[in-house]
Write a protein of this length. Sequence first.
Length: 489
Amino acid sequence: MHRRILAPGALAAASLLLAVPASAAGHSPGAPGIGDPYYPYYGNGGYDVSHYDLRLQYQPATDELSGTATILARTTQDLSSFDLDFLLDVSEVRVNGAKAAFTTSGQHELVVTPASPLDKGTQVTVVVRYSGVPSTKSAYGFSTWHRTPDGAVAADEPESAWWWYPSNDHPLDKATYDVSVAVPDGTQVISNGLLQSSSSQRGWTRYNWRQNKPQATYLTTLAVGRFDITTSTSEGGVPVVNAYSKDLGDNDGAARASVERTGELVDWLSGYFGPYPFSSAGGYVPNTTTGYALETQSRVYYSPKQFANGSNTSVVVHELAHQWYGDDVSLKGWKDIWLNEGFARYAQWLWSEHEGEGTTQELADYVYASHPADDAFWTVRPGDPGPDDQFDIAVYDRGALAVQALRNAVGDDAFFTILKGWPKEYAYGNASVADFEAYAEKVSGKSLSGLFDAWLFEPTKPAAAALRAAGVPVQPRSWKKIEATNDVH
Ligand SMILES: [Zn+2]
């Protein structure tokens, strides 16, 4: 149906050169990875997803998840087959309505061979019917599916999708989402965006969540459990939806005292980063035993442990800053992680200054002085840290130092223009560290390659000239709260 008509001579030449079967002349398998050197098998080649429609059912008592994923995509090459990243058990795949052959490969590849090859540049609808117990599945020896006493949570970086929906699992392929999950009455479902509706039938309640802006796969979250949900609207007009496990125990008060500040902090960050980019904001605190937080789009994931020592607005600022730096503008490759973490950490410094607990310069001076030149801290290159050091503390702290060095080099006017202009320049898209450097040079009119090289790419402690450190700085009052967020994403 989609087969190309080739002149006999051309067909013979193609067969000789490529030795492909005549039935799929010119069509080849999509790559099992999207081309990220940090994670060669993450994401896939040959297509671009525009929308995921997930219609699922989940039973907390047994951890059984089942349902259907309908994926809308466009091919970017002539395809004889293509991969999805997925771990659960697939019973049927259809491509453009017709049953497709499928098999598994590698650690997390679902290889789909459509009945007819797919031509480049065409719309494709893929339906995957599946079921399974996510907690029994692993890849590379690990699982990021978090069971809780009352349900489960999918929220992790860079991997979380494999355990609950088939995808092109890389931030380069962002898409919109409808996430519909039925759970036993009395249990709630939390996901991204806005709750469109919910209804109960025969003991099951179905929740329909919608994310109407492009979203990376790792930023798509699912939480099932017994939650108390709060809704409000920020002074600036952003709808806020937060959720708290009903079993947070002693952490309940501190969690709410932090996360209920979301609307206020979204408005405050808008002053630096521009209008909030999504249809809603918020966070949720499930009763997991994890320790981190994650910038899941429009609905931040917080571990209860983040609030074990009392409230912490600094972690809320960090994760909300990611809504612009990481979620609205997503990285092109995982080596670009500084664009996420350097700026989210710097937002914590701005909040410290706002609260009168230490200026960004005082924090920069303190971090700089805290790490002597022979500290391994300086061997981590935030501009390309390598997969093992992707979330090393240096990506955060040296990364924020780089932001302060940029500010001092270009001056406050240009710096704050860059800070606010960047999310607009690459809105809902992807960008690299090189793109940021080019943008900062364009806005400031200055050559910044020496500065970026020294602070992001050299495995040594940069000279202090770009900072204004003098003497041994005292520890800023905000430091302990910021340090307490060292485990977050
Ligand atoms: Zn972060």
